[in-house]
Design a protein around this ligand. Sequence first.
Ligand SMILES: *Cc1c(COP(=O)(O)O)cnc(C)c1O
Length: 362
Amino acid sequence: MTLLEIDLKKLEHNYSSLRKRLNHHSKMIGVIKANAYGSLSGPIAEKLVDLGVEALAVAYAQEAVELREYGIKIPLMVFYPQVESFREIIHHKIEPVLYSKRTWEKFKQALRVEKKSTYPIHIKYNTGLNRVGFHLNEADWIMEQLKDSSFNLKSIYSHLAQTEAPKPNEKTENQISLFKQIMDKHSQASSQKPDFHLLNTSGVFNYPEYHLDWVRIGLGLYGFANHPEWNKTLQPIAQLKTKITQIHQITLGETVGYNCGWKAPKNTRIAVLPIGHADGFSRQYGHGKGWVLINGQKAHIVGNVCMDMLMVDIGDIPCNEGSEVVILGSGIRADELAENAGTISYELLTALGNRIPRVLKS
Ligand SMILES: *Cc1c(COP(=O)(O)O)cnc(C)c1O
C-alpha cells in the first residue's frame, strides 16, 4: 500500500541547518500551511516547538484552529485570514495578518464584539508581488489608526516575488527599497515598535543581509530550497512509497490505460501502482513525465495517470507483485520530478491527498 513516511530527524537537521544560517538576533516563523507542505502539521508543529521555533504560520484560520486543538500554544500567525473567520481567530488566540482597509475595519469590529483590546496583529505590505497587502501610500492611514487602536502591532512584513533568482535582481531590489521606506516610516512615526520581516526560504539563502527581525521558513524545513547548492544543506523529510499491485506482460502494439494513452513499442512488462490523481499524483506526471524507482532503477509512468492507479513500464527490472516502489525519496527528488512535469516541489508536495496514510519516523 501507499505510505508517506515523515522523518522527524531530517526535520531536525533542516531546522538546525537553517537556524545556523540566520543572523543571531533573527527569529524563525515556521510555515506549516497546507498540512505542513503535504506532510502532517500537528506532529511537525509539535517538533518545531520542541526545537525552539519562536512562532508558526499557516495560510487560513481553520488550519490554525486545528493546531490549537492539537495543543500548540506558541504564537500562530495566519497569513491570509478571511473576514468571516475573524471571531474564530479571536476565540483561539490566533494572530491575524491584516492586509487591507477592509480587513482592518472588520477585525476592529470583531474585537469590539468580543470585547477585546490590545490584540496582537501583523501588517502585510504589497511591494510588488501584487497578491495581498497594503500599499505604501496607505502607511499614513495605518499610522493614524494605530494612535488610537485596540491592536498590538507585533510585526510588519512584505513578501518577495523571486527570492531564488540570481543576484543582482532588479525586481527584488525594488521591492526591498520600497520595504525600507515602509520600515523608516513606521520606525519614526509609530509609538508601537513592530518587528520587520521579508524573507522566505530562498530569501534566507540569497539575501543574508535582510534576515531582519524574523524570517518565514516553509519549504526549507521540509528539505528543499529552490537551488542545487542550497539544497545540499537540507534533507527531504518525506518519502513516498508503495508496492506493486499487479504486473502484466504486454506485447508490442498493445495499449495501456484510459484513452489508450500508451502503445507498447516492444514486448515489455507493466506494473500497476496503487496511487492516482485523486491522491494528488496528477495527470501531469503521465506519459513519461514522471517515474518511480523499483530496485534502484527508473520506471517511467506510461499513458494517463488514473484516479486511483497508475502504470509504469518495468521492462526487465527485477521485481514482482508486492515489490517495493519508491515514488519520492532517496533517488527521486520532488523538485526534479516536479520540474520535469512543468510544476514545482511546492505543488507536488502539498497536493498529496489525505487518502495516503502518513507514518512518522523519529
Ligand atoms: C508560504 C509563505 C512563506 C514560506 O515560503 P517558503 O518558500 O516555503 O519558505 C513565507 N511567507 C509567506 C507570506 C508565505 O505565504
